[in-house]
Design a protein around this ligand. Structure first.
Ligand code: CAA
Length: 258
């Protein structure tokens, strides 16, 4: 399928989506969100794809929702269209692991989109921020909620109220980002990480993702119980039998994703 606003490629079991509106620093227009949703649908439907990498250019992961597109919206335009919900939430409903590989600006909806992914790796030139307050608006794609869960109240308040940017080192220190690489290495490192995950059993990766995400939605007791049930269910899979047999027989496992 041909896309106008993204580039899509498949590398073994890894699907890569590159946001591609260079003239607008990958601002997240309605067209881009539609393309992204269609690409995720295709990767989710393909049993050979185990992991998805979402990335942008060296200058920008995404500089936010498209300001030019929304500048003239009325309240009714935003409310009736459920602006920022339709399409945007597709990333969060993806059942396969999604890695955000961020270089350059990840601002506003761009930062929020990265946080919707399962984890973020960053180039050393990455800059994260929720600058919506400078535009007379506020984060609308989960920024006040997800950033607070990632970095805590004090820093989330600081970021959302001042609209300042955070560099990759600060983002790493405060837990927004899992690893930082030199800009030139980001794509290769993203692929290496994705391939490491892609070599595991797909259903088990999906269960791990589901279980970690439950930590944000439940109490500790409920979350641990949910994890325990999923853990028990892994003993019904062929891949648990294969994984443990391979360990005992001192060989690499050959998972069948069943
Ligand atoms: N929407 C639309 N166009 C954007 C854009 C955005 N979010 N960000 C950048 N652009 C466009 C610029 O208008 C410019 O286009 P023209 O060449 O046609 O003028 C082009 O991209 C290049 O941008 P700059 O010339 O500004 O580049 P710079 O290097 O000088 O500055 C920047 C880079 C600091 C990221 C600056 O572009 C900027 O501040 N962008 C806006 C960031 C922002 O406020 N994001 C939040 C948007 S609101 C939101 O996301 C709501 C939500 O919660 C979902």
């Amino acid at each position: 399928m041909a896309y106008e606003n993204i580039l899509v490629e498949t590398n073994g079991k890894v699907g890569v989506v590159t946001l591609n509106r260079p003239k607008a620093l990958n601002a997240l227009s309605a067209g881009l969100i539609k393309d992204l949703g269609a690409a995720l649908d295709t990767f989710e439907a393909n049993p050979d794809i185990h992991v998805i990498v979402l990335t942008g250019s060296e200058k920008a992961f995404a500089a936010g929702a498209d300001i030019k597109e929304m500048a003239g919206f009325s309240y009714m335009d935003a409310y009736l269209a459920d602006f920022i919900t339709v399409g945007w939430e597709r990333v969060t409903s993806c059942r396969k692991p999604v890695i955000a590989a961020v270089a350059g600006f990840a601002l506003g909806g761009g930062c929020e989109m990265a946080m919707m992914c399962d984890f973020i790796i960053a180039a050393d030139n990455a800059k994260f921020g929720q600058p919506e307050i400078n535009l007379g608006t506020m984060p609308g794609a989960g920024g006040t909620q997800r950033l607070t869960r990632f970095v805590g109240k004090s820093k989330a308040m600081d970021m959302c109220l001042t609209g300042r940017m955070m560099d990759a080192e600060e983002a790493h220190k405060c837990g927004l980002v899992s690893r930082v690489f030199p800009l030139d290495d980001l794509k290769d490192e993203a692929m290496k990480i994705a391939e490491t995950i892609a070599d595991k059993s797909l259903p088990i990766s999906m269960m791990v993702k589901e279980s970690v995400n439950a930590a944000y939605e439940t109490t500790l007791t409920q979350g641990v119980k949910f994890e325990r049930r999923l853990f028990h269910s892994t003993f019904a899979t062929d891949d648990q039998k294969e994984g443990m047999a391979a360990f005992v027989e001192k060989r690499q496992p050959n998972f069948s994703d069943r």
